[in-house]
Write a protein that binds this ligand. Structure first.
Ligand code: HMG
Ligand code: NDP
Length: 422
């Protein structure tokens, strides 16, 4: 009988893949070198560990505190832009102000082909207290952490669906596993007490009850450039914000710019970025029209910005205690709890958005971004870290091609070998 792939010892799995894809010995050594014993326990069919660079955004003034925020990203210019945004958002006072008013996740128990939705709705509402108690009993330690099931809502969806929405205070966790356990227990109770066809029970990532807000009000002078005054830049920036409210094609990119910052912090803090991404984009379409998550407007010579998005982030649980870097990152950012993390992450999103919009409506994104992207281009054609500065120096075109980068690398190597007399 063939042994399933996942049951093979690590070495055999790796060698089988290496043979099938003709990996060279050097490639195989890279795969082996990056192997991490703890990661092997974390996922299935483990092969190797794919690292991403971590840096810190600086200049971020949030609720009266200046913080350095760790960010994990592969994209050049993201961290520079967050720091640049932070610099412009410094109003010399509080900086950005942030808010999280509620922090609950929703589990959804989906009933299908309901003959009498109004009757089921009435039954659920009559049994609210029992259902909340069943949910709490499914994970009793949550109440000791200060959390627990809080409320129930029923939505009737055409033609014959009923969604039982269970709202849970998940304490300091992100809460997906907690909510799923509690929702399944409630589904089991409903099934055994009411003749209902339950299709599934699962957390909703559309975390409308875990919104984080970041706001700013800065003098327009903060956004001036070498060639444009602050008011002109601010007016153009507000126009870009308005356009992202009316055109989904632009809104998607506007929001991608915000998520450049959000995802990088979410990753650094050991959280589930897929959950955050899906929630953010669902929220961007909340009124049936996909739009920008942030808004910028002028009041005299004060530029206002606001970013609101769902951020169901955890301070404990998930991978937060698996990767030692997460605890270090929490400490670097002085993050003390889940709400704090949500607030800080929203602030980075707002700073990121400001830097991107200002670049877009003034010099264009390529000037600053491509300048920093050159290092990545040099690496992509095989430059070693020591060769990168010399290769970048030779890349004078606005957007150099791969061929130009290869030529620059050849020139650098030729010059170096002449120097060493090889
Ligand atoms: C790239 C910059 C920052 C250059 O900015 P600049 O105007 O050339 O910079 P500067 O030399 O005046 O520096 C301004 C600040 O930027 C930071 N900074 C500057 N350089 C560095 C560096 N090497 N390393 C670390 N930090 C750096 C640093 O904080 C510095 O302030 P200082 O500390 O000197 O007082 C600017 O052009 C910018 O903010 N651009 C936006 C870049 C961006 O958003 N990149 C993301 C990729 S593009 C994308 O994916 C999304 C997008 C843009 O399409 C979204 C959208 O459409 O809305
Ligand atoms: N759709 C989605 O987004 C889905 C996401 N996931 C994944 O689920 C994981 C997140 O789930 P989550 O439930 O947060 O993680 P965990 O399953 O790790 O649960 C968190 C645990 O932390 C412990 N804990 C300790 N202190 C606290 C506290 N103060 N408040 C709350 N809990 C505390 C609790 O255990 P104890 O009480 O025993 O100490 C709790 O069970 C992520 O890895 C995510 O990727 C999974 C399924 C779907």
């Amino acid at each position: 009988m063939t042994v399933p792939f996942y049951r093979l010892p690590y070495g055999q799995r790796r060698d089988r893949l290496a043979q099938a894809s003709h990996l060279t010995l050097a490639q195989l050594a890279t795969v082996a070198q990056k192997r991490q014993a703890t990661d092997e326990e974390l996922i299935e069919n483990y092969l190797t560990t794919y690292g991403l660079p971590e840096g810190v955004a600086v200049n971020l003034h949030v609720d009266g505190q200046t913080v350095a925020v760790p960010m994990v990203t592969e994209e050049p210019s993201v961290i520079a832009a967050a720091s640049n945004g932070g610099r412009m958002l410094d109003d010399g006072q509080q900086g950005m102000t942030t808010q999280v008013t509620q922090r609950e996740l929703m589990g959804q128990i989906v009933c299908q082909k309901v003959a009498d939705p109004a009757e089921l709705q009435a039954w659920i509402l009559d049994h609210q207290a029992d259902l909340l108690a069943v949910a709490d009993a499914a994970h009793p330690s949550l109440t000791t952490h200060g959390g627990g099931a809080r409320s129930i809502r029923v939505r009737l969806l055409p033609p014959d669906w009923v969604s039982l929405d269970l709202f849970i205070d998940v304490g300091e966790a992100m809460g997906a596993n907690l909510v799923n356990t509690m929702a399944e227990a409630v589904a089991h109770y409903v099934r055994s007490h009411h003749e209902t066809d339950i299709l599934m029970s699962i957390l909703s990532n559309y975390a409308t009850h875990s919104l984080a807000t970041a706001r700013c009000a800065i003098p327009v002078a903060n956004v001036k450039t070498k060639t444009l005054d602050g008011l002109t830049v601010a007016q153009r920036l507000c126009a870009a914000s308005d356009f992202a409210q009316v055109d989904p094609y632009r809104a998607a990119t506007h929001n991608k710019g915000i998520m450049n910052g959000i995802d990088a912090v979410v990753l650094a803090m050991g959280n589930d970025w897929r959950a955050v991404e899906s929630g953010a984009h669902a929220y961007a379409s909340r009124d049936g029209h996909y739009r920008g998550l942030s808004r910028w407007w002028l009041d005299g010579d004060v530029l206002h910005g606001e970013l609101i998005l769902p951020l169901a982030l955890g301070f404990v649980g998930g991978a937060t205690r698996v990767f030692p870097l997460v605890a270090i990152n929490q400490q670097l950012a002085h993050v003390t709890d889940a709400r704090h993390l949500m607030r800080l992450t929203a602030a980075v999103g707002l700073a990121q958005n400001l830097a991107a919009l200002r670049a877009l409506v003034t010099d264009g994104i390529q000037q600053g971004h491509m300048h920093l992207q050159l290092k990545s281009l040099a690496l992509s054609v095989g430059a070693t870290p020591a060769e990168v500065p010399a290769v970048v120096q030779r890349l004078t075109a606005t957007q150099p091609t791969t061929a130009q980068a290869r030529a620059a690398l050849r020139a650098v190597r030729a010059a170096n070998s002449q120097k060493t007399g090889d």
